[in-house]
Design a protein around this ligand. Sequence first.
Ligand code: SF4
Length: 415
Amino acid sequence: MTERDIIGIFGKMNSGKSSLMNLLTQQETSIVDSTPGTTADTKITLTEIHGLGPVKLMDTAGFNEQDELGDKKRKKAIAALKECDLVLLVIDPSTFDFETEKLILAEARTLDKQVIVVYNLFRITDRNRIEKVEESLAKLRIYRSIVLCAIDIKFRQPMLETILEHYIPKNLAIDLLPFVEEGEFYILNIPMDEETPPGRYLRPQAMAEEHITRKWAFPVSYRMNLTKARAGDPSELDRWNSFISSFSKKPKAIITDSQAMDIMKDWAPADMALTTFSIMMINYMSRGRLNEFVTGIKALNSLQPGDSVLIAEACNHSRIREDIGTVQIPKLLRKFYPAVIVDFTFGREFIDDLDIKKYKLVIHCGGCMISNQRMAARLRDLKATNIPITNYGIFLSFVQGEQTLDRVIAPWQAR
Ligand code: SF4
């Protein structure tokens, strides 16, 4: 069953929230009156937006009412904010105090909500004030915005188009491995190092195995001995060759742990597709935005001595010796870009968008332990500050040569 996307309309008293609700629903679902606090409670309308599907629209009370009732209304508005998927923040640019908007944005950021800023003009000349509003509250510039007059029906279509263009629906289905075909074999190369927990696969490995099986295809795991392979021990290459030649029907693709790319670039038969768990995961968690991570790797070409690169891992797993994020990638960065400064961030919280500005590139893990919304919020902050982002799998392939990178992104039709 498709869940309704929930769009909440927030802002100060009399900023035009109810007019925006009426504009979207094309009916008087909300009473519009200049008396402060006309919307006493959250008003809900169930409707359909062409191109998006069923939505629940919520018109909330102003956050900035001061009396006892105002406190109750604010609590209800915050509850609505927690529930919604998209925040439409309505701002009357002719006003001067933006504490309410600041509070709404802070809540929305804490909850990783998608936000579109709606500047509602009561007079056409109010448009000139928008720059001043954004100077007062710089975080507004991070978000997409639209300027309209909510009581004018001609702005309905532009408002709907803005939502369709910038909102990522919660029901957007992303295929974990879109290239998998029924009845075909797929190799999962899982080296199992000291960090591998006993008794289970890592989440991306387990997801790939389940997904391939669900599609009526056949996942086959291989535990590569990376130590032997890197040492040039012929027994490991023999074992691999005997494994590959044991199939009566040639496997279609190999999905490998990214850290094995130095070996796999030569060992993977040329007529088999090759990609990595990390690339699979970042495409899935970012809801199909792999191209942005592929574009991001180009920033490596312009790194200068003294530039800072941030390595970002979305969880705090235990790190032992040859850990990819804290040891292997930094070693490669220092080898190819000797005077670059490498910083780290771990866990669900991300570096503040104001601190992120010093980085020339962010190299992100597969992000399997955070939600799609949290990943989208990271991408939003990086985009707003023009900081490129790439991913472990893309980086570890790129350092093996551009041909290797082209090969691992080919199954995704990324560029
Ligand atoms: S969140 Fe990142 S570092 Fe943690 S297990 Fe997933 S891919 Fe690895």
